[in-house]
Ligand binder design. Structure first.
Ligand code: SF4
Length: 329
């Protein structure tokens, strides 16, 4: 198949199979820009099905860029609560302010200007250029990488480097429906060329796919093995209230409420007889021993929070998970 028939086949498949997503509705130009910005930032570290209800709620509460620029931080974080990576929400507000101040309220239409906005890097700028502005870009997300690795049967470290994958994108050619085309390719990765058991019999590019011919779908990726880290968390309770602190110590969950904790070594973790819990973060597996404390040690930035009142506080799911596991404390 040549480039032109590849794009035709892909778009034909997309038109008949795409998911109905809230940011794919028929929208005005301005809405399209805002919806794309919000959805792409939410999708940076999170799967589509998780993002959908958060996106709908966010748009309902903060329907446009002006409102976003003015929203108070508490309301903003409440809309983001549970989605994780809270710096994305803060950056989104900073971005809205900058767009209003420096770009007359319009999302800029160039890669360089988009990348000057907080929280927008290579991937998100190309996604916005393609999806919101219909420019011929194909964002290289995990889905697109996987398709390319399989089509070209890329296995070695050099072959799977970003640089090589960027070159290989030329396989897809162009289409005058750039917005749909970029989404179509990512959608094939999400729905058909899945990490396990790809549905090749439905795939519009199966004729060009070496992995399909060889029946070897194994994907090589740069090492992303989660590190295991060990922590000790202090649980101090007084009349049904628990002590939490504002996290200024760890890079993750910055400025959010967590139980006081510290990193410890594996030996100390293993020798502890306390209750243990495991929490999977995107970049590490956390193994935590729970220390019941009888004395309140003075801590800066600490708050006593009633368990029944949790919903009124902005708490990361991380802290909620610990709350759940200490139900009888
Ligand atoms: S034929 Fe199969 S392995 Fe190849 S791109 Fe399509 S879904 Fe992926």
């Amino acid at each position: 198949m040549n480039n032109q028939s590849i794009s035709k086949e892909i778009l034909y498949w997309y038109d008949n199979n795409k998911r109905i997503l809230p940011w794919r509705k028929h929208l005005t130009k301005k809405q399209k820009q805002y919806f794309t910005l919000v959805s792409e930032i939410m999708l940076q570290q999170t799967q589509v099905k998780t993002v959908i209800p958060y996106f709908n709620n966010f748009i309902k509460k903060i329907p446009n860029l002006k409102k976003l620029a003015k929203i108070n931080d508490r309301k903003l974080l409440k809309c983001w609560e549970g989605l994780g990576y809270y710096s994305r929400a803060r950056n989104l507000k900073k971005t809205a302010k900058k767009i209003i101040k420096d770009f007359n309220g319009n999302l800029p239409e160039s890669i360089e200007e988009l990348k000057s906005l907080p929280g927008i890097g290579d991937y998100t700028s190309t996604a916005i250029m393609a999806i919101a502005f219909n420019h011929p870009f194909i964002p290289l997300d995990g889905n697109v990488e996987r398709i390319l690795k399989r089509i070209f049967y890329l296995k070695s470290e050099k072959e799977i480097s970003k640089e090589n994958l960027r070159k290989k994108k030329s396989f897809f050619g162009k289409s005058d429906r750039s917005s749909d085309y970029a989404q179509a390719i990512m959608e094939i990765g999400a729905l058909i060329c899945k990490p396990k058991n790809p549905l090749c019999y439905e795939c519009p590019v199966s004729k060009n796919c070496t992995a399909y011919k060889k029946k070897d779908f194994d994907i090589k990726s740069k090492n992303k093995f989660n590190k295991i880290k060990y922590f000790e968390a202090d649980i101090y309770k007084s009349k049904n209230k628990y002590l939490l602190i504002k996290n200024n110590k760890f890079n993750f969950l910055k400025n959010l409420l967590i139980f006081p904790m510290r990193e410890i070594n594996q030996k100390k973790f293993k020798s502890s007889l306390n209750k243990r819990i495991n929490i999977k973060m995107s970049n590490m597996d956390m193994k935590i021993t729970i220390n019941k404390k009888n004395k309140k040690t003075y801590l800066n930035n600490s708050f006593l929070i009633d368990k029944v009142d949790i919903k009124n506080h902005i708490l990361p799911s991380f802290t909620k998970k610990i709350f759940k596991s200490i139900v009888n404390y």
